[in-house]
Design a binder for this molecule. Sequence first.
Ligand code: PLP
Length: 407
Amino acid sequence: MSKATHLECSLCNQRFDAGTVQNLCACGGPLLVRYDLDLIRTRWRRRDVPNGVSSMWRYAPVLPPADQAIVSLGEGWTPLIRTRRLGARLGAEWLWVKDEGLNPTGSFKARGLSCAISMCVELGVRKVAIPSAGNAASALAAYAAAAGIESHIFMPSDVPQANYLECKAYGANVTLVDGLISDCGKIVAERGPKEGWFDVSTLKEPYRIEGKKTMGYEVAEQMDWELPDAIFYPTGGGVGLIGMWKAFEEMEKLGWIGARRPKMVAVQAEGCAPIIRAFEEGEPRSRFFDNAHTIASGLRVPKALGDFLVLDAVRASGGTAIAVSDDEMLDAGIRMASDEGIYAAPEGAACIAALEKLLASEFLKATDRIVIYNTGSGIKYPEAYSTRFPRAAGGEQDKLGGLITPR
Ligand SMILES: *Cc1c(COP(=O)(O)O)cnc(C)c1O
C-alpha cells in the first residue's frame, strides 16, 4: 500500500522528502503530508473501511507510518453519540457529540501523538521534546513510554495537576517553567538541537495533524458518508480543525464524498480569542493575544502557527468563529453531564455554549445536523469543576451541605 509521496509547505508549496526527519519549512510554514490519492483510490474503497481495526488506524492507507512502525494504545474510533435531551433543550433536533474523552490519556491529543511517535519509530528518532499546556504532554509521555523513546516535557508551572502526574508516572523528564507555553516553546527550540531532541510542538512537525485528521474521516464514516451541516470545534492551535478540513479534501479526491462541506465553527475562550478577533477583522492571520487566560488549558494559545489555515477553512466553509466565557463553559459542561452522562472537558463544553448562541442568532436552524467535538474528558479538570462543587476541609462541609455523620 502506498504511503506519503512527499511533504509540502502550507505557505510556499516547496516539497520535501517524506522519508527524513523534518520540522518547519525554511520560510516558516508548517509542512503537510501528501499522498498519491489517485493510486490509493484504486486499491482502497470506502466499503472496505468497516473491515479495518477499531481505532484511527482503520485509515492507515492515508496515514504516514508503515504498519510495522505503528505505536497504538487504541486511540480514535470514538463514539458519535446522538444527544437524548440536550439537543431538544437547546432547540437543535439533530445534535451529536463526538466524544474524544474516551481516548487514551483522556483527550484527542492521543491521535496526533500516536501518529507522530509512530513516525519517530519509523525514522529512528530516539528523543523527543514538547512544550505543552497539558494534554499534549500527557499523550506524548504515554506514547513515548509505549515506544521506549525518551521524552522531555516543558510545561507552565500552573498546568493542571492531572497532566503533571500522568507525565511523571509515564516516566517523562518533566520541567515546570515559571512562564507561559510560549516560554516553554523557546526553551525547547534553544536546547533541542544541542540535545538531539525532535521537537514535536504543534504544527512544527508534519505528523500530529495526520493523526488528528482522522476525526474528519470518522465523522464521515459514522454518518454514512454524509457530512453534517455544522461542526463545532474548540480551537487552540486549531490543528484538529485544519486536520479535518484536510481529511474532507482527501476524501473528496478518493471519491468518498462530494464537494459539500460542513460550516466549520471555531470556538475559543473570551480570555484567549485571537482567531475570533482576526475573523471579525477580516484578517488572514491572527495577532498575539495578550494576557491569555482561561480554565480551558487547551484553548490557551495566544498565537497559533497555523492560524491562517484555520481562518481559511472557517471562511471557505461558510462557518464562523465565536468566543464564550469560562462561566458559560462550566454551565454547559454541567448541563451536558446531567443531560447526557457525558462529562466533558471545558473545551468541549465550550462548543455547547457556542451552539446556544448561534441558534439564538439564527446562524443555525433547528433542523441542521450538528456535531460538536468534546475534545477531552472532564475527569482531567478537577481544578476547573471544583469551583462549582467546592468541598471544604473538615467540618466546613456541613455548611456546604451533603455531609452526614454515620452513627
Ligand atoms: C489541545 C486541546 C484543544 C485544542 O486543540 P487544537 O486542535 O490544537 O486547536 C482542545 N481541547 C482539548 C481538550 C485539548 O487538549
